[in-house]
Design a protein around this ligand. Sequence first.
Ligand SMILES: C[S@@+](CC[C@H](N)C(=O)[O-])C[C@H]1O[C@@H](n2cnc3c(N)ncnc32)[C@H](O)[C@@H]1O
Length: 245
Amino acid sequence: MELMSRYPDNYFDLAIVDPPYGILNKTKRGGDRKFNMKEYSQWDVKPTAEYFDELFRVSKNQIVWGGNYFGELWLKSEYNKGYIIWDKNQPETLNNFSMAEMAWNSLDRPSKIFRYSVRKNRNKTHPTQKPVELYAWLLGMYAKEGDRILDTHLGSGTIAIACYKARFNLTACEISKDYFESSKKKIESVVPREAIQANAKDSFSINFPDQKNPMDKSYAVYKEHLEQLQLFAEKEELYVPDSKG
Ligand SMILES: C[S@@+](CC[C@H](N)C(=O)[O-])C[C@H]1O[C@@H](n2cnc3c(N)ncnc32)[C@H](O)[C@@H]1O
């Protein structure tokens, strides 16, 4: 909420978010060796209606993972035309594992299915990590050149790698310092450090377009973004109490 409050209406073209589904007490995680109940319970808090209002204020379009858990989304439109399914290619015999995940989206497009298995991925750094390939597919399918992308729940940071590779500007935040630090490490293994802008005052947001070169097509977005960050800095200064309080 803090991050979004800094942005004007419709600033982002596309929000791709993956908030906690708030299903901890209602689900079994049988067989998931990476699952740590104590850690998970700290953040598995479903977002409020105010969160969705703010998300819809700052972004023109939204893709929301776990859309089936957030009833209020379906009331935002009379016409929920398309949803997105990620078919995880799980064997049906694994009763405790979901074979698919679903995202609600605001775009006027037919429903789509992305088929991709992560069963062989032994390098997960986050319990609910989504693959870079899924985000790359989403960007290819639903974003257009020059779009500004927002993710309010960065998690493992895989979206950042997909955005960088597809040359999209991403603004993201993550509430857990541990997850944020490990995602930053992962992002930095692919994205050059100078392309990541971590606002010193707000260490939990990162922004990057990869091009500072005025000849590059993405330069205009980059410049605008810097101006926006400058605006926050100036605004924040106005509210910093002086030494007399
Ligand atoms: C479902 S996971 C996101 C996983 C991510 N899409 C990935 O592929 O790794 C949700 C994340 O939201 C974070 N989170 C929970 N509440 C938050 C909040 N209020 N603001 C920002 N992040 C939050 C959690 O720490 C967790 O990492």
